[in-house]
Structure formats: C-alpha cells, structure tokens
Design a protein around this ligand. Structure first.
Ligand SMILES: NC(=O)C1=CN([C@@H]2O[C@H](COP(=O)(O)OP(=O)(O)OC[C@H]3O[C@@H](n4cnc5c(N)ncnc54)[C@H](OP(=O)(O)O)[C@@H]3O)[C@@H](O)[C@H]2O)C=CC1
Ligand SMILES: O=C1O[C@H](COP(=O)(O)O)[C@@H](O)[C@H](O)[C@H]1O
Length: 479
C-alpha cells in the first residue's frame, strides 16, 4: 500500500480542481555534509527540472553556522553540476533557507518544524547515530500528520540498533511513510535488472543452480577516503557498501519474479530471498576477507596510507576492502556461491554483477579451444550489458572463440537520488528498503562483524592502485 501523494483539493463535482499544486517542503538535516552537496542536491535539481515537484520549499539545516546566502550558493552550485539551472530550479534556489540547528535537540527541532509548511519530507543526511538521536527527539515532540521520513544508509549500526530505530519510527509515522534510502535502488542499471530478468524468456529459465556456477557482485572504486573519515572510519567497506548496496543488488538478482512491481510485491520478494541468505558454510572466517589500502598511486593521484589519512584512527582497524561469500538457501540457488566485494583505492573501477554459467554438459569432440564459460555481465558504470558466448571463431570453423554481445543500458531520466526523492514526494515506497529487510541485512553480516572484531580474520593490506589483497576470494575475472 502506498500513501497517496499530496494532490490538489477536489472541486464541488468531485474532480480535482485545476488549482495551484500543493507546496511540499523538503527539510534536509545534515545540509552541510558531503552527501547533501555531492549527491542529494544534484538529484533534487534534476527532479525539480523534470517538473515532478511543481511547488517545493527547500530548507537546509545543520550544525554549521551558515547563513541563507552560503546555503543558496551551495544549492545553486550543486544544481549546476547537473545543469539544473532552469526557471523552476532557480525559484527553489531563490526561496531556500538555512536554519542552523542541533538536530538532536527538541527545542531546535520544534523551531525547525514551525518553519515548515504543507506536506513535509524530512531527509536525514546524517551519520547513523545522529539520525537515531534526532528521530528520538522528534518522537518526543511529534510530527505534522503525513510527514515522510527519508533515512540514509547505514540504517542503524547493527541489528539491535536497526530494530530499535524501526520501533521508534513506528511510533512516529506508518511504515509506508518511512523511506530507508539505498540509492543503488535508484540507479537505472540496477533497476534494469528487473526488465532484463522478467521481460525476457531466455534468462530466467537458466538463472538457477542447474546452470549457474557462481554470481559475483563487485563494486571496486578508484576513490579513496576523500575526506570522509568522520563517517567512513566508523563504518568501513563492509557496512558502507556490502551490508547495504550490494545486498540490495543480490536481492534483485536472486529473488523470484514478483507478479507486479508494486511496493508490497517487490519488497516482499526481496525480503524472502534475503531471509534465505547467509554466509557460505556459516563460516565467517573462510567466507570473508578484509583489507585496507596503504600508500600508492591511483590514476596518477598519490594516496597516503589509509591509516595516515586525516581523521582516521588507525586503532579502529577499519577496512577499505571487504569480501563475502554467501549462499542463498532456496531451491533455486542452493549450492551457488554469491561473492560480494567492494574496495576503495583500487587500480581500476569495476562495478558489475557477473553471472558465470556452468560448462556445457559436453562440448562435442571436434570443437576445440573451449576456455571460458558463458557469462552474463551487468555493468553499473559504465551501464552496460554483456553476454560472453563461445562461438566458432574466424579461420578454423571448428576452433572456438569467446565473443561478447554488448548493449548500453540507456541512462535513466533521473540520477539515483532524484529517483528515490521522487518516491518520497509521490508517497511510493517501492524503491525504499523495508524495515525488516534493513534488519535482515544486518543479520547476514553480523557473524562477519563479530569475527573481524575478534580478529579471527586478518586485516590484510594492499597498495592503493593495486588489485587488492593476494588471497582475494574472487580473483580476476577474464575479459
Ligand atoms: N557521502 C556519500 O557519498 C554518501 C553518504 N551516505 C550516507 O549519508 C550519511 C551522511 O554522510 P556524509 O554526508 O558523507 O557525512 P558528513 O560527515 O559529510 O555529513 C554529516 C552532516 O551531519 C551534520 N551533523 C552531525 N551531527 C549533527 C547534529 N547533531 N545536528 C546537526 N547536524 C549534524 C554534520 O555537520 P558538521 O559537519 O557541522 O558536524 C554534517 O553536515 C551517512 O549515513 C552515509 O552513509 C550515503 C550514500 C553516499
Ligand atoms: O553509498 C556510497 O556509495 C558510493 C558509491 O556510489 P556511487 O553512486 O557514487 O556509485 C561510495 O563511494 C560511498 O563510499 C558510499 O557511502
């Protein structure tokens, strides 16, 4: 069930009056942070430019003692990065305000809410502990009816805190009005998994343990810490990327076909498959790897040792690369390893899901040169679909050669944050993470977090600009 989006009031005949659109307010808590400037505001700019939010008041709030002018410059600059500088966007920039506040203080929040008119969306662009404290303060003072809450990942800092945050939010607004954000669910390529899998006859029948040898979901970045120690050093690669984004990709790849893409069905299917997901052989030591980068060069840029980055506490032993092997214990997938990895400061960007098929039951005598299995590659940047197949190559017609059929996925109309913001403005939670799923994702990684804390898995090192630790569970994939 979705909460109806705010709409114009009906006239006497019952039809919607051609009145001015209802003005919505977006209140951003954590307005001076990296997420707000780099991803949220550009997404908002494009959404506003698309005309999907015809009347919007934007209020930014944070600890920093900024004034309206400084905030307006930030909004304009962020909008500018995506060319969002038309009349609609300029109006938002002109009208937006900044309110300095401690968003964990009841008094400050009361003052903030007094400034908000019309249906309200609150975006918590805050570190997870601050989000929890802010939500607790809001629970004490109450929210205007119909308020929607957008909460960034990670949702909580472990399963217990995620559950108590869920319980707290349930006292504030109905579940349909809670938008737990995972911006990967707003990436058009991730969403393309749905069309690829369920609108074609040829893939779905072979996506199972009879035909698939393994599934890799890899998100290697050339970016290092990029000045985000305040958040990242407390999270690390496992929580920052694997526990959230990569498990969402796994859910979309492995779930059973939903009858419709409505929120209830799509989110139900994802929940089902994640409930069946656990560590390979339930062994966190064998099924995980962690490592952090040392000094090195990435794409001509010199990066310091992670432990020497400003704001990092080396004693935390935070990993910048995490690998997990999971099993999806269902009839369809039992026995197929799902290998997830994300690393920072890697030699090259590699953002893809690869489905590796088993070898053919028998390659007839007389056909030579079979080397690599078939693979389906779904690239998340560049957004590209590739299908590696063995065919008779040029020259000797009985000599096999691997070729790749490839197609670019068309870019989506909106960037990921535009897409997830649209969901909240329209009252549609389809692309947000349901409360039980957020807890389930913590359940999956919990044994690994415990093993790493107990130091039973060594923290390896890899030079920035390399391909990661030597004993990777994934290894290079040909091509
Ligand atoms: N940055 C990214 O690429 C992405 C980040 N995220 C998530 O977004 C969240 C925020 O990350 P990010 O923006 O990088 O972190 P930052 O540290 O850059 O920003 C956090 C913001 O919260 C503010 N803040 C902290 N405490 C309070 C308080 N009590 N009252 C008011 N404001 C407060 C900070 O203000 P001040 O600086 O003054 O303390 C700062 O503006 C994290 O949960 C992260 O996982 C998700 C996807 C991508
Ligand atoms: O959430 C996060 O995602 C980004 C990667 O996302 P992208 O949209 O830029 O591809 C990652 O760099 C960051 O560490 C993480 O917090």
């Amino acid at each position: 069930m979705t909460t109806p989006a705010p709409s114009a009031p009906a006239d006497a005949s019952g039809s919607p009056a051609a009145a001015a659109p209802v003005r919505q307010t977006l209140l951003v808590l954590g307005a001076s942070g990296d997420l707000t400037g780099r991803l949220l505001l550009p997404g908002l700019g494009r959404l506003v430019a698309s005309g999907a939010v015809p009347a919007l008041t934007l209020i930014g709030s944070g600890m920093d003692d900024w004034d309206d002018e400084r905030w307006r410059r930030r909004v304009a600059d962020s909008f500018g990065t995506v060319g969002a500088d038309g009349p609609r966007e300029s109006e938002v920039v002109r009208e937006t305000r900044y309110v300095p506040a401690d968003v964990t203080s009841e008094e400050d929040l009361r003052r903030l809410l007094r400034d908000c008119v019309g249906p309200l969306v609150i975006f918590f662009a805050l570190p997870p502990m601050v989000t929890a404290r802010s939500a607790a303060a809001l629970a004490r003072i109450g929210l205007p009816p119909g308020t929607r809450l957008m909460l960034e990942k990670p949702f909580g800092v472990d399963r217990i805190s995620a559950r108590s945050l869920n319980n707290l939010l349930a006292t504030l607004v109905p579940e349909e009005q809670v938008h737990r954000i995972d911006h990967f669910l707003g990436k058009s390529t991730v969403l393309n998994l749905l069309g690829l899998r369920f609108a074609n006859r040829i893939f779905e029948p072979v996506l199972n343990s009879t035909h698939v040898a393994c599934v890799d979901i890899v998100f290697d970045e050339t970016l290092g810490l990029e000045g985000r120690a305040g958040y990242y050093d407390g999270a690390g690669a496992l929580v920052d990327m694997v526990q959230s984004h990569l498990l969402q990709v796994l859910a979309l790849l492995a779930m059973d076909p939903p009858p419709t893409l409505r929120a209830q069905e799509l989110r139900g299917r994802k929940a089902q498959v994640l409930r069946a997901t656990r560590l390979w052989h339930d062994d966190p030591v064998a099924a995980s790897r962690r490592a952090r980068y040392t000094a090195g060069e990435v794409g001509g840029r010199r990066l310091p040792d992670y432990a020497d980055e400003p704001g990092v506490d080396p004693a935390r032993r935070t990993e910048t690369l995490a690998e997990l092997v999971l099993t999806v214990d269902t009839w369809r997938w039992a026995g197929v390893p799902f290998r997830l990895r994300s690393g920072k400061a890697m030699a090259a960007t590699r953002k893809e899901a690869i489905i590796t098929f088993k070898q053919p039951s028998r390659v007839p005598d007389g056909l030579t040169g079979y080397e690599h299995p078939d693979r389906l590659r779904i690239g998340f940047g560049p957004d590209r679909l590739g299908l590696d197949l063995n065919i008779n190559g040029p020259g000797d017609p009985f000599e096999l050669e691997q070729v790749r059929l490839s197609a670019d996925f068309g870019p989506g109309d909106l960037p990921p944050y535009g897409e997830v913001l649209r969901g909240a403005f329209e009252g549609d939670p389809t692309l947000s993470v349901r409360g039980d799923v957020a807890e389930e994702c913590w359940r999956i990684v919990e044994p690994v977090l415990a093993a790493w804390k107990a130091d039973t898995v060594p923290l390896r090192e890899y030079p920035a600009g390399s391909t990661g630790p030597h004993d990777s569970l994934i290894g290079p994939v040909a091509g």
